[in-house]
Structures are given as structure tokens and as C-alpha cells.
Design a protein around this ligand. Structure first.
Ligand code: URA
Length: 243
């Protein structure tokens, strides 16, 4: 659909006049696709833009899907008595929607984190039966080798008995520190750190880049978020049906 001015889109919903909309925009009370609107003259597609005015959704969508670029130092939880959680990175309005992170990243892991209030989708994305691959960038201490790659490809049983299924290890650089892309088909606690430590190459830095069809938006700064596009929602919802 053609793009229209923000004040026109909001005023057409009948609740505010154009003048009121301009004032609300000036006050920073209008969020479009997760960002504070800078001007009432900005143009958006009224069919796809997710508009919140003073914390209230205009237009109806049953569930909310947020892509967050998680920085280090935040827990993947909805509440915590001691530290900050990823929900603390969202504006107040978003904290009342019942959003939760789909799977966990360690406190010091960065990158792609999906938050939603769609329990069914979250369950499907995390179900081992659905084979939703996750791709991480890892920097490790020590030289990654072909043997490490083969060990990942074969799967491994760690010292503590943890069975890790086969995983991808694409070595990007190798030296006293090495870099790699790791692809997991499952998500066990501290899995990448444990697998790489088992190979004698402890993780120095870890960042998730991809989860199924969803890729971390390169334009999202650390700590920033945006709503998923309709296309992304359709893709991840479709993905869950692919066995
Ligand atoms: N593997 C880890 O070790 N940590 C994460 O946060 C994700 C995968």
C-alpha cells in the first residue's frame, strides 16, 4: 500500500486530530516499528507500520514480535531480583505486553534475541523436533583446526556426560586466537562454551547471528530493538512447519 504521512494515518483512526498527533509526536509519545517518530510528516505504509500512541497499539495485531540486539550484561529472563534483564532494554509500553525471550543467551553473550508473547511460536522454535538452526560467531583462545571441525561434525560427549549432537564449525581465522561460525541444531545450557572448552579452545566472545530464517539486523545497534516485519513473522511461522 502507498505510504502516507504519520499524522494522516493516526488521525484516520478517529481517536486524535492531526493537531493532537503533531503534539504527541513532539512529546515523543508516538512509536513506529519500535522507534520514536521524529516528525508527523514521516511516511509509512499504514498496513504494515506498527504504531503505538501513548503506549496504545493502533491497529490490531494479536501478538508482538521483537528483534533485540542483546548486549552483554543482561539476563535472558523476564524478571530478576539482582541484575538487569533484556526486558529492561525495552520501553515501558512493551513491558506490559507479556513478552518473554525465546530461548536464552548467556549473560555475556550478545546478538539476536527474539522476544514475543506468542507462546505457541516460541515453543515451536525451541522444540528439538523442529530443527531450527542457530548460528553464532565465536572468538576463542587457541588455534582452531580441522580436527575441531571434524569433532563438531561428529558430535561429542563431554567430560560431564553431556551429549552434543553434530554441529557446524566454520573456521574464519586461526591463530593464537581464532574465529568461527558455529551452527547448532539444539540448544543446551552453555553449549558452545562447553563444546569449545572441551576442545581446549575457551570462548572469549560469543554472538548469535541467526535463528532459523531470522537474521540479526545489521542496522540494529547493540541494545536496540525493532519489531519483526510481516515478512519475517511469516517466515518464522512457516519455518516451524518444516520438519
Ligand atoms: N552457547 C553458549 O555457550 N552460550 C550461549 O549464550 C548460547 C549458546
Amino acid at each position: 500500500m502507498a505510504q502516507e504521512r504519520l499524522d494522516k494515518i493516526i488521525a484516520s483512526m478517529g481517536r486524535y486530530s492531526r493537531r493532537e498527533v503533531k503534539q504527541l509526536v513532539r512529546e515523543g509519545q508516538v512509536l513506529v516499528d519500535g522507534r520514536i517518530a521524529g516528525s508527523a510528516e514521516e511516511k509509512y505504509d499504514p498496513e504494515t507500520a506498527e504504531i503505538l500512541v501513548a503506549g496504545v497499539h493502533l491497529g490490531y495485531r494479536r501478538y508482538t514480535y521483537v528483534m533485540l540486539h542483546k548486549p552483554s550484561g543482561f539476563l535472558s529472563a523476564t524478571e530478576d531480583g539482582h541484575g538487569e534483564t533484556v526486558l529492561d532494554l525495552l520501553p515501558k509500553e512493551y513491558r506490559k505486553m507479556g513478552l518473554f525471550p525465546v530461548g536464552r543467551l548467556d549473560k555475556d553473550t550478545e546478538g539476536l534475541l527474539l522476544l514475543t508473547n506468542d507462546g505457541e511460536l516460541a515453543h515451536d522454535l525451541l522444540s528439538p523436533k523442529k530443527h531450527v538452526d542457530k548460528v553464532y560467531y565465536a572468538r576463542v583462545s587457541g588455534m582452531l583446526t580441522q580436527e575441531d571441525r571434524d569433532a563438531f561434525a561428529a558430535g561429542m560427549v563431554l567430560d560431564d556426560g553431556l551429549i552434543c549432537r553434530e554441529a557446524g564449525l566454520e573456521i574464519l581465522s586461526a591463530g593464537t586466537e581464532s574465529e568461527a561460525l558455529v551452527t547448532l541444531h539444539e540448544g543446551k545450557f552453555h553449549q558452545i562454551k562447553r563444546m569449545l572448552a572441551f576442545r581446549g579452545k575457551p570462548v572469549l566472545y560469543l554472538k548469535r547471528l541467526q535463528m532459523g530464517s531470522l537474521t540479526l539486523d545489521k542496522n540494529l545497534e547493540k541494545g536496540a530493538f525493532r519489531l519483526l516485519s510481516e515478512k519475517e513473522i511469516a517466515q518464522i511461522s512457516h519455518r516451524q512447519n518444516v520438519q
